[in-house]
Design a protein around this ligand. Sequence first.
Ligand code: GRF
Length: 201
Amino acid sequence: MMCVAMIRIGVLGSGKGSNFAALQKAVEAGLVCGETVLVLSDNPGAGILELARAAGIASGVIEEPRYRTKLSPEVEEATAGMLMEAGVELLVLAGYMRMVKEPLLAAFPGRIVNIHPSLLPKFPGLESWKQALDAGEKETGCTVHYVDAGMDTGPVIAQERVPILPGDTASSVHARIQEAEHRLLPRVVADICRTLAAGPR
Ligand code: GRF
């Protein structure tokens, strides 16, 4: 694919990193006008850090001893600083389990996207696949959206639907959603990078 420019992508994640892996596969296949320049995790044991190291991408740990659901302002400020220093232009939250606050929002206005495992605005928050199953939904899915100060509330960019089938368990629904996430996130990031690369830098 012809790219006018390569967008510098930063990734935050807390978990195993399967969404990051799917994104990185697309980047390495040349399907994205972008390159992943930094992966940070608030969980020192997260699989996403191992994957980043294996891919030869700069990575680091965000140390937050005080809170579990957000970063303290000074830690978030330092995180924003690291990302800016790496020249990050698009920040992807790939299974990052904390709320994002002003220091990051102000550093990357309109440039932070998140993947969430439900058809937002339905089922924000934790274990949304289980929420959908428990609510008796016949379908659920995943959403990529811009991040704002709320919990999974920012403008929706794209969604993929998946069915909830008879006999499904929370884990079978989650697995089906994750397959959809691994298609949706790389596709949306590719679209955004193409648009950003074509615009003024
Ligand atoms: C994904 O289901 C994502 O939607 C959620 O956390 C999970 C992260 O999985 N919020 P992984 O670390 O990308 O494998």
